[in-house]
Design a binder for this molecule. Structure first.
Ligand SMILES: [Zn+2]
Length: 58
């Protein structure tokens, strides 16, 4: 099950810029901080995030 945007049901994908990781909606371009979507994080995404050694969850 893919993670969905809270605004438009678009698919969220992980984007990384420098030390920060965000979830970004493909459809509307809305960005979410990880803690904002923590309740809907799926296993696949959690594993992906776990591979980034020094993430700052701001
Ligand atoms: Zn969206």
């Amino acid at each position: 099950m893919a993670m969905q945007c809270k605004k438009c049901q678009g698919k969220l994908e992980v984007i990384r810029s420098c030390w920060r990781v965000r979830m970004c909606c493909r459809q509307c371009g809305c960005e979410y901080q990880i803690h904002e979507v923590a309740d809907i994080l799926d296993e696949e995404t959690e594993e992906l995030l776990a591979r980034y050694p020094s993430i700052i969850y701001d």
